[in-house]
Ligand binder design. Structure first.
Ligand SMILES: *Cc1c(COP(=O)(O)O)cnc(C)c1O
Length: 392
């Protein structure tokens, strides 16, 4: 089918909830994608940070096809090896206690919110259920995670939203303290606000929040849905901030393209969600866990060191354009935002895409780059040449 034919059927049969680019993708290899008309692109999006090991990754394809032939799904009424292995790897590499498997980032955050509230309920009883999140954050699209998101534009249409969220300013500990009261049970935040504009939090602020949470027995809940799984150069971003969270959510990169989310809790709250308190049919299903095991096995220290190196290279090359259009390059590892004038961004992005490089946006002024962590030197050079051409 051509793009035009596909688009006609899409318009007729698929809900119009996304402002899609006028590209229908067909297949990929590494960090390179081809559309249905055979046009080639270097991909700096990874399907929004999902396909961390690139497209058609041999080990992932093998693991999924082998697992599909063996056992795709059995429900959580039974134990399966791929699921247990993923949980063990996550805990041993982070010092966390136990994992609950979900299917997306929003669902992982729902689990994190439920865990935080029940922790407090079990210990202090009713009335201590509020969660402080940060302005400009993003935590998902369910009725609860929309309200957890600290941006007014997400609090529309779908009333009534879940109550119990208060919003503080990032990098302002006094603002966090001002939002906390006797009803608060947790602080929940991203360490680099992704959708908000690729805004890394200050380490000093994060450490102050962690100390304050400890003092008040609030759970420190870190949303690593976008920053996790090697994206910022460590398995989880919190490992670069000198903190040990109580709860961490993840999704996007965990399955290397397969849909999976998870929430992991420290030993002190790992048993809060007991039998019957939380569940999902697909969670931890063997098919996606087979893929997640490949991702976690691939992301060893040497691989993560390369993520840091490649990220630095991309950042420094773009800053080295010496372009007046580039105001800054923000982020860590391979989660980067090229900061441009808000009114110029749409035209720049469309020119970059026309020239065969796929990019994302975030916030008002960021051209966001989330390349596959496995992107080759040649693919990077090709993409950077286009970025230089358009931006310099
Ligand atoms: C993408 C994202 C989510 C939502 O994940 P979904 O899988 O789309 O539900 C939540 N939090 C952060 C930080 C994200 O980047």
């Amino acid at each position: 089918m051509t793009y035009t034919e596909l688009k006609a059927d899409e318009t007729q049969y698929v809900m119009n909830t996304y402002g899609r680019f006028a590209i229908a993708l067909d297949h990929g290899e590494g960090a390179t994608l081809w559309d249905v008309e055979g046009k080639r692109y270097i991909d700096l999006t990874s399907g929004i940070g999902v396909c961390c090991l690139g497209y058609n990754n041999e080990k992932i394809v093998h693991a999924i096809t082998e697992q599909a032939g063996k056992l795709m799904h059995v429900s959580n009424l039974f134990t399966t090896q791929p699921m247990v292995e993923v949980a063990k790897k996550l805990c041993t590499r982070t010092g966390m206690g136990k994992v609950f498997f979900a299917n997306s980032g929003a669902e992982a955050n729902e689990g994190m919110i439920k865990l935080a509230r029940k922790y407090s309920y079990d210990k202090y009883g009713e009335g201590r259920a509020e969660i402080v999140t940060l302005n400009n954050s993003f935590h998902g699209r369910t009725v609860t995670t929309l309200k957890a998101t600290g941006q007014d534009k997400f609090h529309q249409y779908f009333f009534p939203f879940t109550e119990g969220f208060a919003y503080a300013d990032a990098n302002d500990i006094e603002s966090v303290k001002a939002q906390v009261n006797e009803h608060t049970c947790a602080v929940m935040m991203e360490l680099i606000q992704g959708e908000g504009g690729v805004l890394p939090l200050d380490a000093a602020f994060v450490q102050q929040v962690a100390a304050f949470c400890k003092e008040k027995d609030l759970l420190l809940c870190i949303d690593e849905v976008q920053t996790g799984i090697g994206r910022t150069g460590s398995l989880f971003c919190f490992q670069q901030y000198g903190i040990q969270p109580d709860v961490v959510s993840m999704a996007k990169g965990l399955g290397g393209g397969a849909p999976i989310g998870a929430v992991m809790a420290a030993d002190t709250c790992a048993d809060v969600l007991g039998p019957g308190t939380h569940a999902t049919t697909f969670g931890g299903t063997p098919l996606v866990c087979a893929s997640a095991n490949v991702v976690l096995d691939t992301l060893d220290e040497a691989f993560l060191a390369e993520v840091v190196e490649k990220g630095e290279y991309i950042k420094n090359t773009i800053l080295g354009f010496g372009s007046s259009k580039v105001r800054d390059v923000r982020g860590k590892g391979m989660m980067l935002g090229i900061i441009v004038a808000p009114e110029e961004r749409a035209a720049l992005v469309s020119e970059i895409m026309d020239k065969g490089v796929l990019v994302l946006t975030a916030g008002k002024d960021a051209i966001r780059l989330l390349p596959p962590l496995t992107i080759s030197k040649a693919e990077m050079e090709e993409a950077l040449a286009v970025l230089r051409d358009v931006l310099a």
